[in-house]
Design a binder for this molecule. Structure first.
Ligand code: XMP
Length: 561
């Protein structure tokens, strides 16, 4: 069988980070509600004399964050900022160049967003992508007109200026991904065409003073040489040296944590997910026992999860951990509840209560550490938000603690998920933690269709344990965005030996995804699926039927609830 989407699915290092780990979604909310202070300005992220950054000015494209990711993959620090960010906020980052993102607007509309004057007056290199190119065209005296038809999809780019530094190491012709309605009618004075496609005579333009425009999207996977173009821009045109390395990040970040925390005390909710684990380890390295982690077992974790997390952080790393088994509290409150949103709300509320109770026993605490990542920061300051966020509440917080007033410690707030994994590896965390698939805050409760009972949870854990085991053995774990079992509320008839059975139906869900907003069901090999199904029905007696979910997102979501 051909595993189409697995072969083409990007590996984890190409993922876009999400808010799916418990710590991100929960604690951002807690801290906001607690009135916690936001950390210092963005320049904190890059330190030292070598500081250099590429600034992506965001005009609202769905790919804007991806541009920043691609630049970071070139080891150059990059921030995505709103298109109207004032110059004073940009200077401390020591910008080496600007990228103007794509966007949904039309430059000839009366209120069309444009680039601030400093973009041109700073004499730094500029790369406009799609709408960004049209912005440059309009602002520098060219002409943009509405396209008669939208150009969407693949095109072949032909280079006319093969010697342009933007094209170093590029073949003469290469596929690119187009997605635009408006088009350039007339280039600004002093600009020339550097490359063209069949439908776009101005597919790449430039002016010889470091200002370029691309009609296509170099940041998407469908433009295979896109990263080479971006790399050429940041290295050959902006003169960046590529000092954004995770090894540097670890030592610089530890220094900053020491300075910020002083002799204060820090608390952190540890979930065992990669974000909270990396934050915990980083802070522990910096300030040792001044950090206390609270690990709440809500009774909705997977098999052996609590034990494994404690073993790594308490036994092996010697961290100060308060372990709370609050299983009964959570399950009591979930009795009779079948509505998924209600489940989320209850779990969120109860979590805060437990956390608050435990934190109050520690005495005076000054900081709340949390694993906020860069996409969460972006999401909170711009209008970029995931479609899924509107479909599910996606957080675990109901009632929030009002009593605590803590400062926030968010050492990962400038990192993407794949960078967090690199930091985890730098810190020597076990692979099992560094590469953990996202696990939702409400845990198994939203994989237990209908009422959450101890019995159903145990069955689900048994099946899920087998699935994980087989997926890892077959070396699919890292290729999959997520893989898990769902216990349905359906029982069906089966036959085992000479007996009729009437037992639970388990569904397997395994998806690949780039950005969590869309996901494809993974084309797992039949023999792997057969092995998983066979083992589940043989080892978990309450299950007599296993099905594989072959729906993508959209129209489905990744989780069943
Ligand atoms: P859906 O099901 O919306 O999930 O496609 C997208 C991603 O979000 C995770 N997820 C959650 N994470 N609290 C979380 O912390 C939640 O309530 C929640 N619901 C879904 C899901 O596992 C997937 O990674």
């Amino acid at each position: 069988m051909v595993n189409e989407n697995l072969k083409t699915a990007p590996d984890d290092s190409h993922r876009i980070a999400t808010t799916d780990d418990i710590e991100v979604s929960t604690y951002l909310e807690i801290a906001k509600e607690m009135g916690g202070e936001q950390p210092a300005a963005t320049e904190e992220a890059v330190s030292g004399a070598e500081r250099e950054a590429i600034i992506v000015l965001d005009f609202g494209s769905q790919y804007s964050l991806l541009i920043a990711r691609r630049v970071r993959e070139c080891q150059v620090y990059c921030e995505l900022l709103p298109h109207d960010t004032p110059w004073e906020k940009i200077v401390p980052l020591n910008p080496k160049g600007f990228i103007l993102s794509g966007g949904p607007a039309s430059v000839y509309a009366p209120d069309a967003p444009l680039a601030p004057a400093y973009v041109y007056e700073s004499h730094l290199p500029v790369l406009g992508i799609c709408y960004g190119m049209q912005v440059i065209t309009k602002q520098l005296g060219g002409q943009v007109t509405p396209g008669t038809k939208r150009e969407y999809g693949h095109a072949i780019l032909h280079l006319s200026e093969v010697d342009s530094p933007l094209f170093t190491a590029l073949p003469d012709s290469t596929p690119v991904w187009m997605s635009h309605g408006d088009k350039i009618e007339e280039m600004p004075p002093d600009f020339s065409t550097l490359a063209y496609t069949e439908n776009s005579p101005f597919a790449v333009i430039g002016n010889g003073s470091g200002i370029f425009g691309l009609q296509f999207h170099p940041e998407v996977a469908h433009t295979p040489e896109g990263k080479t173009i971006l790399r050429n821009f940041v290295y050959r045109i902006c003169g960046c040296r590529g000092n954004w390395k995770m090894g540097n990040f670890v030592s610089e970040s530890m220094d900053r944590i020491k300075e910020q925390v002083g002799s204060g005390k820090v608390i952190l909710a540890l979930s065992g997910g990669v974000d909270s684990s990396v934050v915990a380890t980083l802070i522990h390295r910096a300030v040792g026992d001044q950090l206390t982690c609270i690990f709440v077992n809500n009774g909705l974790l997977r098999r052996e999860e609590a034990e494994r997390t404690l073993k790594v952080f308490q036994t092996n790393l010697g961290m100060n951990i308060i372990y709370v088994d609050a299983t009964d509290r959570f399950l009591d409150r979930l009795k009779g509840v079948i509505d998924p949103e209600q489940k989320r709300k209850i779990i969120g509320e109860e979590f805060i209560r437990v956390f608050e109770e435990e934190a109050s026993k520690i005495g005076k605490v000054n900081f709340l550490a949390q694993g906020t990542l860069y996409p969460d920061v972006i999401e909170s300051v711009s209008s970029i938000s995931t479609a899924s966020a509107k479909i599910k509440s996606h957080h675990n917080v109901g009632g929030l603690p009002a009593k605590m007033t803590l400062n926030l410690l968010e050492p990962l707030r400038y990192l993407f998920k794949d960078e967090v994994r690199q930091v985890g590896a730098e810190l020597g965390l076990p692979e099992e933690i560094v590469w953990r698939q996202p696990f939702p805050g409400p845990g198994l409760a939203i994989r237990c269709v209908g009422e959450v009972t101890k019995e159903k949870l145990e069955i689900l854990r048994g099946a899920d344990f087998i699935l994980m085991n087989e997926i890892k053995k077959a070396k699919y774990y890292r290729q999959l965005w997520q893989s898990f079992c769902v216990i349905t509320d359906v029982k069906s008839v089966g036959v085992m030996g000479d007996y009729r059975t009437y037992s639970y139906l388990i569904a397997i869900r395994a998806v690949t995804s780039d950005d969590v907003m869309t996901a494809d069901w993974a084309r797992l090999p039949y023999d792997l699926l057969a092995r998983i199904s066979n083992r589940i029905v043989n080892v978990v007696p309450e299950v007599n039927r296993v099905v594989y979910d072959i729906t993508s997102k959209p129209p489905s979501t990744i989780e069943w609830e």
